[in-house]
Design a protein around this ligand. Structure first.
Ligand SMILES: [Zn+2]
Length: 483
């Protein structure tokens, strides 16, 4: 449209100029060196126009000739670049498919054709790894760290290599460098945190964890539970070095992050007991009991009782039970205290419904019923019957790893089986289904609504004087550990 308007404007202008000249006739006379020309102004103007067009055409031709080599060279480069990228694509596909030979061939081709060292180095490193040549791959990764654009990938490659050969010192240094350059990268932050934990530098791990939270790399509820365990580890480290004051501060921080965190509450309660602060311990445990009842808490609560009289102990435990009276763990504690105080009938009512069914299919409940038969009626046969029934159900609850299903009687921050951190939850093994190999499936743990439903063999050991029960527990513990 614009061109057409330009053409119309130009032809219109030329017509107006021609008409204007025709209306004003005139002559031009040129004399030079004895040579002369007489002509009209119109002819001279036409000649000037023809001359100008000719000069312009010659100039355009000159420019075309001058640009020709460049254009030919650019076309050749484009074609080569295209070939290079095709080789790169084929190389990447070969890496994905695990075809080491094809990856190597294409990596060589890319480095010959493409003048793009970072791209060819990445492919070459991956091809070298596929060929099992870790040394060559390491050299490529090291080269990559020297270029700003590929430094991050280079660090990642070197980090993965170090982790593979379990060189955690080098892996830590690499993760540290990568984290300084890119703290918002999820994998870098996670890797750095894990290595800080592996090296036992818990304060730094807490700082990294806080940074991850600030950078929206974590879910806040899960993060609180995780950090609770980090503070716990820090406190244990302080305890190991004899710094009880710091240990108390860190344990309080741990409980603040997760008020139901049993290992933290237990450790703090133990420290308070050493200081003779029984009331403080009682309050601490009563508060925790309403959130997450656990036999270890009941065991420590027993130590806050003033008198050694069984009836006083029963009254004392009532204050704890009332905090979470419907919970299985409260029933177990109540039954235990009633048996100790020789309230046989009351104890039986806690364990057995009016219909004759057991209130809960809990190993300790069976053992206490056996104890009741023995102590109340001296009925060995009935007692044996309950113990036989106890044999048929899984012992529990236990600390069970959410990641691999490993079940242990004692909590630890790292799972010995899968090395997961803070993965143990207090649960009944009956809540875990097994696959065909008999390996518990951790995913089932997450579908349970009452995640921390409690019960414990240790409580039975603490409150009971019945050796048969204790032996039975030990036996089952051993069986569990053997698994
Ligand atoms: Zn595990």
């Amino acid at each position: 449209m614009l061109r057409w308007l330009g053409f119309m404007f130009f032809t219109g202008g030329a017509a107006i100029l021609a008409t204007w000249l025709a209306d004003r006739p005139g002559t031009v006379k040129i004399e030079w060196e004895g040579w002369g020309v007489d002509t009209t102004v119109g002819v001279v103007l036409v000649l000037i126009a023809i001359f100008s067009i000719a000069v312009s055409l010659v100039y355009q031709g000159f420019l075309l000739l001058r640009r020709m080599p460049g254009k030919i060279s650019a076309s050749w480069r484009n074609s080569r670049r295209e070939k290079g990228y095709k080789a790169l694509t084929r190389g990447m596909v070969a890496v994905a498919a695990g075809d080491a030979g094809e990856a190597r061939r294409n990596a060589d081709r890319v480095s010959q054709i493409l003048n793009d060292p970072p791209l060819s180095m990445l492919l070459s490193a991956q091809a070298a790894q596929l060929n099992g040549d870790e040394e060559a791959a390491e050299q490529f990764f090291k080269e990559m760290t020297k270029t700003k654009d590929t430094a991050f990938l280079g660090f990642r490659g070197l980090f993965n290599q170090a982790m593979k050969r379990k060189d955690y010192k080098v892996a830590f240094e690499l993760a540290s460098k990568a984290y300084q350059g890119n703290p918002k990268s999820s994998w870098v932050a996670e890797a750095f945190l894990k290595l800080q934990m592996r090296h036992g530098i818990w304060r730094e791990a807490i700082n990294t964890h806080n940074d991850m939270l600030r950078n929206n790399l974590l879910n806040s509820k899960e993060a609180n539970h995780f950090q609770s365990a980090l503070y716990y580890q820090l406190a244990i480290q302080s305890l190991d070095s004899g710094d009880k004051l710091s240990a108390k501060t860190d344990l309080k921080a741990s409980i603040k992050k997760n008020p139901g965190f049993v290992p933290g509450i237990v450790e703090l309660a133990k420290l308070f007991l050493v200081d003779g602060k029984k009331q403080k311990v009682a309050k601490l445990i009563e508060k925790a009991w309403s959130i997450n009842p656990h036999p270890d808490l009941a065991k420590l609560y027993g130590k806050t009782c003033g008198s050694g009289e069984k009836i006083d102990q029963l009254k004392h435990f009532e204050k704890l039970i009332i905090r979470n009276s419907d919970h299985l763990e409260s029933r177990i504690v109540k039954a235990r205290a009633l048996i100790n105080a020789k309230f046989w009938g009351e104890a039986r009512k806690v364990l057995i419904k009016e219909t004759g069914e057991l209130v809960d299919q809990d190993f300790r409940a069976y053992c206490m019923l056996a104890e009741l038969e023995e102590k109340e009626h001296g009925d060995h046969k009935a007692s044996r019957k309950w113990l036989d029934a106890a044999n048929k159900i899984p012992q529990g609850p236990l600390w069970i790893c959410r990641n691999c299903g490993n079940a242990v009687p004692e909590w630890s921050s790292f799972c010995a089986s899968c090395e997961s951190f803070n993965a143990f939850v207090w649960q009944h093994p009956r809540h875990i289904s097994s696959n065909s190999n008999g390996i518990p499936l951790a995913k089932n743990l997450f579908t349970e609504q009452k995640e921390n439903e409690a019960a414990d063999i240790e409580a039975a050991q603490t409150f009971s004087s019945d050796n048969a029960v204790t032996e039975k527990n030990k036996e089952q513990n051993d069986q569990q550990n053997a698994r």
